[in-house]
Design a binder for this molecule. Structure first.
Ligand SMILES: [Ca+2]
Ligand SMILES: [Ca+2]
Ligand SMILES: [Ca+2]
Length: 366
């Protein structure tokens, strides 16, 4: 049990490590073994499919079947920490309506840097919903804590952050959402937030506004992040990782100069840590920072593959409705390598853990 827990912990932390390639190489055989029957990988139309379930065959996108849009972006728009139209309910964040539709979730097998847990599958988002345009800001979380007296997990347990002395990441008692170890204004995304903290915020916001706020499902998150695009990133394939700095705050040359990370985008985005919300281009739904800035919690329990995942956009919880040990996170953050900023990429953490690049955004039923 101890060994297994340690293994999971290392896998969860892989995205934080500069030696990400080593992590992937270490665990790839395990991930492949868990995700794919080995005889299902190399099948083509000329081979027999006898005895194979349809779900075992790799799916190829047919863009004519979904509401496909070429990759693109909208100009940057700074985030605020106050509601700005009648769609919002003070003190809730600015919301964007996400229309219903159908899309391909996951990545095709030829996508660069993909992981085997991203099996392509169709998902229909039956109901439109609202999603906050920005990540929940430090100021918004501060308002919640002041009004409710809530104590975040990081105030008790600390927050995983970089320790220069140890030349690595560790759970630091001197780090929490108020002090993640780098400067934050009210308009920066709140970090060092556990899944429990993120849910507490949605419950409080629902209580004080009368609306139904919740963490988006993993499918809702990817649907909104893609905004109709099928490329690796909402802005395109970016094979050279040299376009990223216009569109997303990830590990870049600016961070490399600060922390000495070994793998980063081949450009300078100007932000070694978090950027004030909305500093980068928006996707075609008008959403800011879906890729990068802080990694975002979703409502879904972690599953090693999409086999058996719901196809109606709902959250995939554990069968008995029990609290899951690990939750899915999406989008990558300021500390992540380019591969982790892809629309299809999935990460996982324990529900009570806080990291210095993890925050959230909220969804709302319409
Ligand atoms: Ca950056
Ligand atoms: Ca983000
Ligand atoms: Ca991944």
């Amino acid at each position: 049990m101890k060994d297994s827990t340690n293994t999971l912990k290392v896998m969860q932390d892989c995205h934080l490590l500069p030696t990400i390639r080593l992590c992937v190489l270490l665990f790839m055989p395990l991930i492949i073994a868990v995700t794919y029957p080995t005889d299902a990988i190399a099948m083509g139309p000329e081979k027999s499919t006898k005895g194979k379930k349809p779900a075992d065959r790799p799916l190829t996108r047919d863009a004519s079947l979904v509401d496909f849009k070429p990759a693109g972006s909208l100009p940057a728009k700074p985030c605020t920490d106050r509601a700005i139209s009648e769609l919002e309910a003070t003190p809730g964040p600015e919301m964007v309506i996400i229309p219903s539709g159908r899309f391909y979730m996951g990545s095709e097998e030829n996508e660069a840097d993909r992981d085997p847990d991203e099996r392509l599958h169709g998902v229909t988002i039956k109901q439109p919903f609202a999603l906050s345009r920005c990540e929940v800001s430090l100021g918004q979380f501060e308002d919640f804590v002041e009004d409710s007296g809530y104590k975040a997990d990081s105030e008790t347990n600390g927050c995983y952050a970089f320790n220069a002395d140890a030349e690595g990441y560790e759970q630091r008692k001197d780090r929490n959402w108020r002090n993640p170890g780098f400067p934050q204004t009210r308009l920066h995304p709140v970090t060092c937030i556990s899944w429990r903290d993120a849910n507490a915020y949605t419950r409080w916001l629902s209580l004080v506004t009368g609306f139904d706020y919740y963490l988006p499902s993993e499918a809702q998150w990817e649907y909104a992040a893609r905004a109709g695009s099928i490329e690796a990133y909402y802005w395109g394939q970016d094979a050279g990782h040299d376009q990223q700095c216009i569109y997303a705050n990830g590990a870049d040359e600016t961070l490399a100069k600060k922390l000495g990370v070994e793998e980063f985008a081949d450009c300078e985005d100007g932000y070694p840590y978090t950027a004030s919300g909305g500093s980068f281009q928006r996707n075609l739904l008008g959403l800011s920072d879906m890729s990068g800035n802080v990694v975002e919690w979703t409502a879904d329990c972690w599953h090693d593959s999409y086999v058996g995942a719901p196809v109606d956009g709902s959250s995939w919880l554990d069968a008995d409705g029990a609290q899951c040990a690990r939750q899915v996170l999406r989008g990558g953050g300021w500390n992540d390598i380019p591969a982790n900023l892809r629309s299809a990429n999935r990460l996982r953490f324990l529900t009570d853990d806080s990291f210095f690049d993890v925050g959230f955004r909220v969804a709302r039923a319409l």
